[in-house]
Design a protein. Structure first.
Lengths: 543, 550
């Protein structure tokens, strides 16, 4: 159970070893309470890189205090995060206490303070920001009965991940009516396996109220997902605290996602999937009956894309921007969105002939021009894999290729030096309801890529919640718990997980109940179809 | 569109008439924007008793101010500002008291002040703060965000709304035994109830499957919980109840009626106290012979922190003025004394030697013992100053012996309330064919057109039907899907229970559109209400599209 996380933390390696031995003893002594849950499992999701634990049970003071040690930077985000987690941790013990034992308990808290040490003063949220942290719940050296909780991290975002882990160690005990940490002392050293751990939310097929989106972002932070891929193809509706009006102007109303440490990547999918644009500006359609892909001939088309991208640059500070480019088939009969529409429209056809282009050339022309616009706004373009499959050589070398059609694309993309995001639809499309939690869990983004330097080009993966059959009423239970399965794949190292194959279902069921307790409508884990109701009465912990 | 709420409010009748004329003009001028929504409909759910509207569109200041005029009681006064023209003015005449049948009527005006020509005023008049809360809910439904001007607007002003509930008891049953719901999930449900003006949460805490509630006097009872985490402390229970009454007092004002279902449906009790089982293999109904059984019931019913005295532990001064909810549900269902037609067999009593002995000694058949048990539980409840509610089986089996104060809770089918009120009992309507929300194939309109007073012609008998309740039994709902199983169908029942038949009769054609609008309103407020017209409740939407037509 001792997994090494790159360089071992030298100062604590001795302590770790002792604790490890200690833990082995602790494990054998058994914890079995009434519940049938295996108390010896580590109920932290996703599983940390390295951890050791002991066999003591500590109580945590509801008036837990925070001290932050670090240079520069503003710790506003961290303080806000601490408050947020305090609400989560002490949800059950706050309020009026009429417990007969309460006075006695109050004087006996083992943990009353949390210390966070942040090494870097920067609070910039970039892709690849250092999210590593070390979490101790330990006795102070020298004094024998003082327990200390310390989170050490390079950045505040690492500290936020550490807070999440800390909150998962805390559990309300109904007998003593206090929040407890069992199996102390804890030593956890953790960092993500991939920098990009995403969830796509499609707000185009169904509208989600802003509050619903906020809840999803909050729930993502529980599973240490870091990126919401936000897709809105309908320009005339508003989303995400942002109003895109028909003249292409956008007004931010500050969705403070940085508080959860989560990026938001916007997608403007061109040239296909854009019929709705023309509802306000019919000029964007090749003609009134043939509406997709967007008219490639007009400057107005690209002016508008450029206008939109400038307008929303401030709202989406994240460095990646998704330009779509999917499902524009240049082959007439195997098509979803036909470029045939271009062939059929007179002025477009003329333009194609004049420029000696076939529709597929115009498709390339369109995608590359959109890429140029994005790069000029200081964005790194992301495109769905069709663009790579059709004209890999012409793609801007900074392009991030977003896989979806099936397995095997990332190996090809990284072989040509492109970065890649794994979203193989057979396993990571959440709208495929018949994909079970374990198929999601055992999907491997690096499959077929042996070379370590090529592996690094796979920046991560993303589960996709397409919106045809989800709306506000059922989006949470379609996302969860399966997104959590992918989240662990993306966060935890293979070494950390290899020791844990037998307990993963139990741990995921526990995490699903944790989501439920925190107000997230995660569905039962083992149902054959995702988001189905429980099959009968029973405990959350075994359904 | 002008429906009279029994006695017309004399002072305003003239004004009403004027506005009514005004409205007629407004309606004909039409409102059609791009949305396909019929702007001339009154999107208030449940529909008020009486309302008139005009054709002006007003903007509402986000810094809306509140002034309260009233005597007695203590109000937490919120002072905010109303930009441009408006303020909300509350007028009450009495203090806090949330009893069943508390006056929930209110009058809501959004009108130009007489004399000054451009000053608009919003006034809510109510007898009690609970009426004012209902009025506030209505006011919130009049306000809608306009995406073009980016402001909150009230269209079709001036408004005059006079409203009061048709039934005093408008309930939702939540079953926390078959699946455990975290406290926050319950609070969300309570909050959402207030949007539809439901006012009783029937908390079916305990059943055969699990005993999640802490009873300090009998600390082993909650060993019957599913796991060491799926429990409710007394603090949780009091938090849920006080939340219903106070913490969200701006929106709630909801009773919590607890249910302790005896003698059947109680197997989980014996996990901590096996003595309650007739024997180790035959565990329901509870052992009728032992004093311990009744001592324990008495202990639960008098458990101070849980249901009664926790009010006193809260620090608000006004709490002392509050009466805890007067009804207590004692279950009594599905104890069949006929061996072969049974869910929970009293046969268990026959099979257990000491119980059989006791029956013989007391010259009782199992069905007599069932009656004995129910009546004894009723006595205990009454001695604790509660009015007992029992499922209809008790009435069907021994109506004559039931305490006359008993409220009969219908569920098996139609026609029970007419019989119960004929014998002078109060009745709650929950016909399972229409108001059991776990019946997923009951469509919104079957829920909607169910009539609690069906078969009761006599007016004085009608008054004995105190209301109705939709029941969310927990076998296939847990935290992940309870909201979309409850909503939007519970809203259909909520309008039936709130709005008068006269108010609704003019509205038969638009009800689906209005319900779809209300479902989207629930969504916007964070409630996971499912699409309205799906064949099976809580199914996903069938494809892409707007909330307003799915």
């Amino acid at each position: 159970m001792l997994h090494l996380c790159g360089k071992p933390h030298f100062r604590y390696s001795c302590l770790m070893f002792l604790v490890w031995v200690f833990q082995l003893v602790g494990l054998n002594s058994g914890f079995g309470l009434d519940s049938g849950l295996n108390q010896s499992l580590t109920y932290i999701w996703p599983l940390p890189c390295e951890h050791t634990s002991g066999n003591e049970t500590l109580t945590v003071n509801p008036a837990l205090s925070l001290s932050i040690i670090g240079h520069g930077g503003s710790f506003r985000i961290l303080r806000e995060g601490f408050r947020r987690y305090k609400r989560i941790i002490f949800k059950f013990s706050s309020g009026i206490s009429v417990s007969r034992n309460s006075r006695r308990i109050r004087s006996l808290y083992d943990i009353s303070a949390l210390r966070i040490i942040v090494k870097s003063g920067s609070d910039e949220l970039k892709l690849g920001v250092d999210e590593s942290y070390t979490l101790f719940v330990d006795k102070t050296e020298g004094k024998s009965i003082v327990w200390e909780t310390i989170i050490e991290a390079s950045t505040i975002y690492g500290a936020l991940r550490g807070l999440e882990t800390f909150s998962q160690l805390c559990a309300f005990d109904y007998t003593t009516k206090s929040v407890q940490i069992s199996r102390a002392p804890w030593y956890i050293k953790d960092k993500p396996r991939f920098a990009y751990r995403g969830l796509l939310l499609d707000t185009s097929r169904h509208h989600f109220p802003v509050d619903a989106i906020k809840s999803i972002i909050e729930s993502m932070s529980y599973a240490k997902l870091i990126l919401m891929h936000f897709l809105s193809r309908y320009l005339h509706i508003q989303n995400c605290g942002m109003v895109l009006t028909q003249n292409g102007s956008a007004i931010p109303s500050r969705m403070r996602v940085e508080l959860s440490g989560i990026h938001v990547m916007a997608e403007v999918d061109v040239p296909g999937h854009a019929e709705s644009w023309g509802a306000g500006y019919p000029d964007l359609w090749p003609n009134a009956t043939c509406r997709e892909p967007l008219d490639v001939t007009k400057n107005f088309t690209f002016d508008l894309i450029s206008g939109i991208l400038s307008e929303i640059r401030e709202i989406f500070p994240f460095e990646l921007f998704h330009l779509g480019g999917d499902e524009v088939n240049t082959d007439l009969w195997a098509s979803f969105v036909l470029t045939d529409c271009w062939n059929k429209t007179r002025h477009v056809k003329q333009w194609l002939d004049k420029n000696k282009m076939k529709p597929k050339d115009a498709y390339r022309y369109f995608v590359l021009k959109a890429q140029e616009i994005a790069i000029s706004k200081n964005w790194t373009p992301v495109n769905w894999e069709e663009t790579f499959n059709a004209f890999a050589k012409n793609l801007n070398p900074r392009t991030v290729v977003h896989n979806w059609l099936g397995p095997g694309v990332c190996p090809k993309a990284v072989a040509k030096g492109f970065k890649c995001i794994f979203s193989n639809q057979n396993v990571w499309y959440l709208d495929h309801l018949d994909v079970s939690w374990d198929e999601v869990y055992y999907a491997e983004p690096l499959e077929g890529i042996g070379n370590a330097s090529k592996q690094e080009l796979v920046i991560g993966g993303e589960v996709c919640m397409w919106g045809e059959t989800v709306d506000t009423s059922n989006v949470q239970q379609t996302i969860w718990p399966r997104a959590a399965a992918a989240a662990e794949r993306l966060w935890s190292t293979e070494e950390a997980l290899s020791a844990d194959n037998n307990s993963v279902l139990q741990r995921l069921q526990y995490f699903r109940c944790l989501l439920n307790r925190r107000g997230v409508q995660a569905a039962p884990v083992t149902n054959y179809y995702a988001r189905n109701p429980p099959s009968g009465s029973g405990s959350c912990y075994w359904q």
